[in-house]
Design a protein around this ligand. Structure first.
Ligand SMILES: NC(=O)c1ccc[n+]([C@@H]2O[C@H](COP(=O)([O-])OP(=O)(O)OC[C@H]3O[C@@H](n4cnc5c(N)ncnc54)[C@H](OP(=O)(O)O)[C@@H]3O)[C@@H](O)[C@H]2O)c1
Length: 253
């Protein structure tokens, strides 16, 4: 397999290391000076991994599928506003992409546990959920893509909530979910989902020690895409994770 990674930041480099350790030939491409990637970047490439910036995703996908790439892993966060256009582009070009705000296997299980907890806690009077995330000072987006996904799942599970709180709200408002982001130092990522109720607090925490777990999930997604032809469009990481014989790859990363 040959892969091109669009994005030469810490995560793009971590994915490059994981793919190389998996026997994949990799080229890492940074921000294109002209604003759009040249067709030459994609010659002979089986899979493109996007690990760039949210505002670059749509143009990167357009350049890749325009050059004939049919398999992509989109690991970049904060491109929700372009999701519909990206999905349409993939469908019209008959290309398949796996996209997730967090490719770590632990994050996927964590999100499912948070969803179950939110649904059960919503039935108990006086219990209120909250989300806290910590990341390095230089992280571009806030809240993180993982925190936004957790919030989306909690809002869907708890009918008493209909929005995420905003600092402009002032005091906590009824119906709003507290989501708080901390940006300091070099923290590679920590997410906490809590439920505060009468006389007790339940907290679920996922702590990333480095980027290797997320990088291993990207490798598994690339493998899943090349293993057989997948339907055109966007796929969730769940589709990769729920294939039993892929679990070995996920845990070996
Ligand atoms: N899904 C997951 O599991 C996961 C895990 C970790 C990180 N992430 C996400 O992955 C992305 C990258 O993370 P990071 O920590 O490496 O971020 P980063 O430090 O911001 O690095 C992104 C790099 O991409 C470059 N870039 C900008 N536009 C580009 C383009 N069109 N094509 C190629 N490269 C481009 C940037 O260059 P400039 O500095 O010139 O803009 C920068 O060097 C972020 O969105 C992050 O949230 C996802």
């Amino acid at each position: 397999m040959q892969a091109a990674i669009l994005g030469d930041g810490p995560f793009g480099r971590a994915v490059a290391n994981a793919l190389e350790a998996h026997g994949v030939a990799v080229q890492v491409v940074g921000r294109p000076p002209t604003g759009a990637h040249d067709r030459g970047c994609f010659g002979g490439i089986d899979v493109v991994v996007d690990a760039s910036r949210g505002e670059a995703v749509l143009a990167n996908v357009r350049a890749a599928v325009g050059a004939g790439v049919r398999r992509l892993v989109i690991a970049t966060t904060a491109w929700d506003h372009d999701r519909r256009d990206v999905a349409e582009l993939l469908r019209t070009r008959e290309a398949a992409a796996v996209a997730a705000a967090n490719f770590s296997p632990g994050a996927l299980v964590f999100a499912r546990l948070a969803e179950i907890a939110a649904r059960q806690m919503a039935r108990l009077p006086g219990y209120e959920p909250y989300v806290v995330e910590w990341h390095r000072r230089g992280k571009a987006d806030r809240p993180s893509g993982t925190a936004r996904d957790l919030a989306r799942r909690i809002l869907a599970a708890d009918p008493s909530l209909d929005r995420v709180s905003s600092p402009a709200d002032g005091p906590a408002q009824p119906g709003s979910l507290e989501v708080v982001g901390v940006r300091a130092g070099a923290n590679p990522g920590r997410h906490l989902v809590g439920f505060d109720g009468p006389g007790e607090t339940l907290e679920l925490t996922l702590t990333a020690r480095d980027r290797s777990a997320c990088a291993s999930g990207v490798v598994a997604a690339a493998d899943w895409l090349v293993a057989e032809s997948r339907p055109a469009g966007l796929h969730r990481f769940d589709a990769v994770f729920d294939v039993d014989d892929r679990l070995e790859v996920l845990t070996a990363g």
